[in-house]
Ligand binder design. Structure first.
Ligand code: ADP
Ligand code: MG
Length: 698
């Protein structure tokens, strides 16, 4: 999709006040085209709400002032330190600003410069400000725009291209650039903007560069944040359209031959959340669109029952269902759970893992190919060479984030013969993440959330302890083991190199085995162990042959050992809240009271850890984690290839994101290939390149 040449795509050196030297400096900031400069918006603002009249400053305050330099000079002190000093004046009065040890500033500032300075006010022969930060807003004799009651934009600048030059450059070109932008036209349809109270793009950029108030600046930011969210959601919406609408799915009927007796024999009432989610899944399955749904729910929220009921719907329609889990232990666990939930119901559940012997495997493959095996549970052995389903109608993937996209798709594509509709897909995740993050990462899927725990579970008691309590905590572990329980002892790895990590882990393990718990059976689990050995240790722990499992970082997700009642986490402050939540989820799975003890060596994290101790609501913890750590961190951990947003903030812009998503879906529904929206298609390609282009051919 190519549009005619647009003036904003011209190189920066065609801008007013930009020669070869400037254009090289702009290049250092990543600003290559006129458009880049237009989008180079302030990183923050100062205005009357943050800027104080100089007269009102008092010692002890932390304040920002704006004033003209009345005089400046370098003073020696008794200790030989040289101090650069200026006197600033605004309409209300004068103040001295001092930069100890920075005499070179005498060459940076000039009398008459308009300066913004932020720092602490001290009392030193009168009031004195020691700026932490300063910005030259305008040179002597120049105006910075309206100086009184104005909002001052603070731009990202660079060596050789200071703040005041950047401001001047943008001010000189802004009107031209905005006109060019307005002539291009807004790629986002006006009715979409109107529905959400968003300004046209050229207005948004004016607001960002020259706001009359912070409210305007925020309106501008919101528009650019919407753009970021919207284009990503467009990409998602097109994937969704391709996978769910363009491909024919199976319209499962309500037969109830299995569902009804299953429901009648269920030993508990479904939670409201389970019923809601089952309705969502039921609607997808009944439609001839293909289901592509993500089911999120905390550990213990009751996902397995939900998945089983979806699978029964497939089975009573004469189809097979498959459930893929990331580890053999989990797959085996699922088979046991499903069989016990099914009770007497005549449904054949078949296991398939890589560990099976040749004869058992052959038999399993035969049952899968003939359709005798109605529910097939396995590891990625399910998607390997030689596996043929008779008639796969539903593919369920547990702990979906542990599989690659390709693996998930492969299972989804193992339907019957040619021309048969493709199976519905249900992905599950036990890692609660905030809705805004889920919609960003998995926006191509529909989302169901189990946000309610089945009743009657005893809360895990969580305690925060200082390092001095370590001996007492370990003593408590010993007591619990004497009472017949098991414990996890987790510590984070801090060493840089893998070899050092390994040594730290083994040293700690040796120490605990010899000095602390000589009479107990200890097991060690760490990241560098081969998968098989990890599996062996986990099995021994699950079988009760290990009393205390010493583990580094993350204990394998999903392992269910109801007899384990203690989780001790050392250096808890080094873990993210969501990680702590995963760890705590390992205990509290049986009938006994369980405990989670956070040993924290660093008082800095106390607020965070207290919040964690006060709730077991994984979604709340995840929201808090997002707020505290920021999306960059969470993205980095979970998935690369997600764009880092410049303007959008997922912890603040959740409703904007939901708006962006529904607009994107609506648009793609009406115009899947964006033929009626060439500017949108172009912009999408600008932003996402290859990823966006794939769609136009595919
Ligand atoms: P998840 O897979 O989400 O971690 P499970 O499906 O394994 O959770 O459920 C955890 C436990 O709670 C299981 O023993 C399950 O039988 C039980 N359970 C599920 N739903 C309910 C419910 N509505 N009421 C009571 N117990 C339930
Ligand atoms: Mg369907």
């Amino acid at each position: 999709m190519s549009l005619p040449y647009r003036p904003l795509d011209r190189p920066v050196q065609f801008l007013k006040g930009v020669g070869p030297r400037r254009s090289a400096l702009l290049g250092k900031l990543g600003l290559v085209t006129a458009r880049d400069v237009l989008y180079h918006v302030p990183r923050r603002y100062e205005d009357a709400s943050t800027i104080r009249p100089i007269r009102t400053l008092e010692a002890g305050m932390d304040a920002t002032v704006v004033g003209r330099i009345v005089s400046q000079g370098v003073l020696p002190t008794r200790k030989g330190l040289r101090i650069f000093q200026v006197v600033l004046r605004d309409r209300s009065g004068l103040i001295e600003c001092a930069w100890p040890g920075q005499p070179f500033l005498d060459r940076v500032f000039r009398p008459g410069d308009l300066v913004l300075a932020t720092g602490t006010v001290r009392f030193f022969h009168g009031r004195q400000l020691q700026p932490r930060e300063y910005v030259i807003l305008a040179r002597a004799g120049e105006s910075a725009g309206a100086e009184v009651g104005a909002v001052f934009p603070v731009y990202p600048a660079t060596e050789g291209l200071p703040q005041w030059q950047m401001r001047k450059l943008i001010r000189a070109n802004l009107e031209d650039l905005l006109r060019d932008l307005a002539e291009e036209g807004d790629p986002i349809p006006a009715e979409v903007l109107d529905r959400h109270g968003l300004p046209p793009i050229e207005v948004a950029l004016r607001f960002l560069h020259r706001p009359e108030s912070l409210v305007e600046a925020e309106q501008g930011r919101r528009r650019l944040a919407f753009d970021e969210l919207f284009y990503l959601q467009l990409l998602h919406a097109r994937t969704h359209h391709e996978q769910s609408v363009e491909r024919r799915g199976i319209a499962f009927e309500r037969r109830d031959t299995l569902m009804r007796p299953f429901y009648r024999n269920l030993p508990f009432q479904l939670t409201r959340a389970q019923k809601r989610v089952l309705r969502e899944i039921g609607e997808d399955m009944a439609s001839d669109r293909r289901m592509h749904r993500l089911l999120q729910g905390d550990v213990g929220a009751g996902k397995t029952v939900v998945a089983l009921m979806a699978m029964l719907r497939a089975v009573e329609n004469g189809y097979q269902a498959a459930l893929m889990a990331p580890t053999e232990i989990l797959a085996e666990q699922h088979v046991r759970t499903l069989r016990s939930l099914l009770g007497e119901l005549p449904v054949r559940v078949q296991l398939l893992t890589g560990r099976m012997g040749a004869a058992a495997r052959r038999q399993a493959l035969r049952a899968i190919a003939s359709g005798e095996a109605q529910i097939v549970v396995g590891t990625h052995a399910l998607i390997q060479e030689g596996v043929r389903f008779h008639r796969l109608g539903l593919a369920v993937v547990d702990e979906q984030h542990r599989f690659g996209v390709r693996q998930r798709l492969t299972l989804a594509e193992m339907g019957g013969g040619d021309g048969d509709p493709e199976p519905d897909v249900l992905l599950m995740s036990a890692t609660p993440i905030p809705r805004s993050l889920a919609l960003t990462l998995y926006g191509d899927l529909d989302l169901s959330v189990l946000d309610e725990r089945p009743p009657g579970r005893r809360p895990v008691r969580t305690a925060l302890r200082p390092p001095s309590a370590r001996t007492a905590v370990l003593e408590f572990v010993r007591e619990q083991v004497r009472a017949g329980r098991q414990a996890y002892l987790v510590f984070p790895l801090v060493e840089e190199s893998e070899a050092m990590q390994l040594k730290a882990a083994t040293d700690e393990f040796e120490h605990l085995s010899r000095e602390v718990f000589p009479e107990l059976r200890l097991g060690l689990l760490h990241g560098q162990m081969p998968g098989e050995e990890k599996d062996r240790v986990m099995r021994e722990f699950a079988a009760g042959k290990i009393d205390v499992l010493v583990a580094t970082s993350v204990v394998e997700v999903g392992i269910d050992v109801p007899n384990a009642t203690v989780m001790v986490i050392e250096h808890a402050e080094r873990f993210g809240l969501s990680q702590l939540h995963q760890l705590r989820g390992r205990v509290g799975r049986g009938g006994e009271q369980s405990y989670c003890v956070l040993l924290q060596a660093h008082p800095g994290a106390i607020e965070r850890l207290r919040l964690f101790a006060s709730t077991e609501d994984g979604f709340r913890i995840a929201e808090e984690d997002l707020r505290l750590r920021g999306q960059g961190d969470l993205f980095g951990e979970r998935q690369s290839g997600i764009p880092a947003f410049r303007f959008a903030d997922l912890s603040r812009d959740a409703s904007l994101l939901i708006a962006a998503r529904s607009e994107a879906r609506r648009l793609v529904e009406d115009d899947p290939s964006l033929t009626d929206h060439p500017r949108l298609a172009h912009e999408l390609e600008q932003r996402y390149g290859e990823q966006a282009r794939l769609y136009q051919t595919g």
